[in-house]
Design a protein around this ligand. Sequence first.
Ligand code: PNW
Length: 475
Amino acid sequence: PRTAVDRLAALLPRDFSLGVATAAFQIEGAVDDDGRGPSGWDEFARKPGTIAGGASPAVAADHYHRMEEDIGLVERLGVDAYRLSISWPRVQPDGRGPWNEKGWAFYDRLLDVLLAAGIRPVVTLYHWDTPLPLEHDGGWLARATAERFADYAAEAGRRFGDRVSQWVTVNEPVTVTLNGYGLGIHAPGRELLFGALPCVHHQLLAHGLAAQALRAAGVVGGVGITNLHAPVFPKSRHPLDRLHAGVFDLIFNRLYADPVLLGRYPRIPWLARRDFRPLAAAIRPGDLRIIRQPLDFYGLNYYYPMRIAAGSGPGSAASTGHHSHLPALKRLPFHLAEFPEFPRTGFGWPIAPGHIAIQLAELRRRYGPALPPIVVTENGASFPEPDRADTPIDDGLRIGYLASHLEAALLAVRPGGPAEGVRLLGWFVWTLLDNFEWAAGYSQRFGLVHVDFETLERTPKASYEWLRRLNAARR
Ligand code: PNW
């Protein structure tokens, strides 16, 4: 082995899967085409002040009209898998009742194009685009949404069960609960703080019911969930920082992993008991048996570690992209502290590749034999980049982020590594294309491919070339 790419390629097990990931709402645009119904995100993004720069998701990267070109980009990367999501309101505009055949036809073609190119489709059923009528009926605060989701999952399984290689039921339920219903940064913009906790249970129930429905439909592919995880540290050794870091770890990580993998919610420490009442009220007998389905894989989205300090913080959040003032944050008894020692991404997120190893080790320690094989379903970073790609975009920082995280994960799970025993099946870069980055609009670019949002022209960045060479070096 000679180059850095060769050395990294040499670490990749033969059957290890390398891929790229996208999400429907962030790239498709075409929000009124072919009978698609509105989602909660379409409505949220129209409210003044919700999206950085007042950006609209209506066109996004226009992937709906450029699908073949985009899959061509995936094909030339030489990756073996592509993770996409189905827009629920595109295939079932009301979230209940009739299917929209033209919507299904789009994904039908997409799967065919992928398979013809020899790329394994990994399909996420829910990447945050709730059909608007369901959102108006309470969204994830309502138990009925989980039942509607199971109907949709069953239909997706019946239609595509012979062609999808892996199914992800729900993407990052924690982000939906916290950002969408707790803090109001994401759709539907509710600021319920702990009142958002029923959304935890209803999304996990949706996952369990969907996993059952997919299997009942006879799908041949594997079934899993994708959770966002971050190792959580107290800012200092002070007991109050440690206490609050423990509660935050519970809220962020364990609330989503324990029920799915162990069939129970974590024990809530006394100081948080009152706050957690809305969660207890949502649980019915038998639910946890549904939530703990045997999984073929566990999807891990990994971005950065977190640091927690006691006391309410500055009342602003980096992940909105416009450092908006968030009154809800002020009402929490803890806040996110910085890691002064690490460089940061465009979002201000710390770059700490060694922490993906800590994350994998922690999952191993907590869940032991109950931990299914892991797929890193997202890992990536945004950096400031120009709107026009007049000169080639030399995103060495992104290459550094991706290469160091992939390497750290691969080394961690080897014999003698800190996460030895974790079966790591694959790794997906977030993301193929610059896209609609939720509350940050088009201000944060995570893509391997630059998108000019005026001309919609695609221009591969240096990181695209890096991943292409990495794939080529495996053969
Ligand atoms: C993920 N955080 O969201 C989502 O799955 C993607 O759709 C999104 O584009 C991507 O990561 C980048 O943001 C996250 O604050 C939201 O830790 C918030 C966080 C991490 C990921």
